[in-house]
Design a protein around this ligand. Sequence first.
Ligand SMILES: *Cc1c(COP(=O)(O)O)cnc(C)c1O
Length: 421
Amino acid sequence: MDNFLYRDGALYAEDVPIAEIAAEVGTPFYVYSQATLTRHFQLFEEALSGLPHLICYAMKSNSNQAVIKVMGDLGAGMDVVSGGEYRRAKAAGVPGERIVFSGVGKTGDEMRLALEGGIRQFNVESEPELDLLSEIASGMGAVAPITIRVNPDVDAKTHEKIATGKSENKFGIPISRAREVYAQAAKLPGIDVIGIDVHIGSQLVDLEPFEQAYLKVADLTHALRADGHDIRRLDLGGGLGIPYERSNSAPPLPLEYGALIKRTVGDLGCEIEIEPGRLISGNAGLLVSGVIFVKTGEDRDFLILDAAMNDLIRPAMYGAWHDIVPVREPAAGFEHATYDVVGPVCESGDTFAKGRAMAPLAPGDLVAFRSAGAYGAVMSSEYNTRPLIPEVMVNGHQFAVIRARPGFEEIINRDTIPKWL
Ligand SMILES: *Cc1c(COP(=O)(O)O)cnc(C)c1O
């Protein structure tokens, strides 16, 4: 469920007509619903009720300051994967005690930043990282709370580019070596071992890989406790998938996921953390675009939009599907047209959909890409010198631009010509 529905033949974001936002900010743009973001967070709260827990929003899915503020005000923690994201979380008012730091390549500067500003825990992914963190923390007279990210070697059955829990992936330490690495960690100065971390991938549409991974984490908890470690926190990662193609997909619900967590690790007396990103922000956002041309090709028609792969790269990068709907609701019983939906960028990869059956459209019409709130704006670029597009947040009847479109002068002035030219 989201808050982008048709009313009297027009698509709305909560109580604001999409066309009204388009008239004010111009296309293309992203629009997010505060009510949907809030509801998704609350679904996880309900799913984990009864367990001591903290939901750490995976900021990399959508890290606009306004989105972080909505999450932070609801009491969410943050999962950050860079010093930049750490700074963003702090800038939006999230206290360090609610920030967990993930990522395979944390630098010494990033560790220092987080230790100075406050941190809930580092999720350590390798032995060299453990050594560097120990050196930096003890040099500062600080103690770094850590979990170690274990790689449980399970197949997440998702797109290869977003699977992270197989032994061939770069993430975490092999679970078979965990006891050895925990023993080493316990001896290091400046390190406080508090728990275990696991994250097996993104856009998982089946609970079975989670179950396999969490059962392995439960076994490991017992083994590490027997070795003398005080395991008191389990970070179970993110990854729950969303229905990109609504007509034929129904991924598991947060409630079912919560029940699985309770069944597999709920009786260990640990505080539970989860790191959902996509499920919170994905269906809370649309990418709205205008039709520039409808071009009749030899064997197909092209719908040429003003949005392109630089604005939303998921179709080009992962072959991802996004439902694309007209902003003006088509009349009942319309005869559909079939389009290749493309952007203006000079690459054939700049194709959002092939042979897509949709309502017939004409230049000037608006379309909305659903499920574009996660890994959309954050992965955008200015390729082809197309300015980053605006982001808008809606709350009831009001809306606000939460990131403005940069001017061309600003873009060009970022470059400097060396003085010898
Ligand atoms: C990307 C990522 C997440 C979030 O994944 P989603 O599929 O967006 O829920 C959580 N934890 C870590 C460590 C990640 O890298």
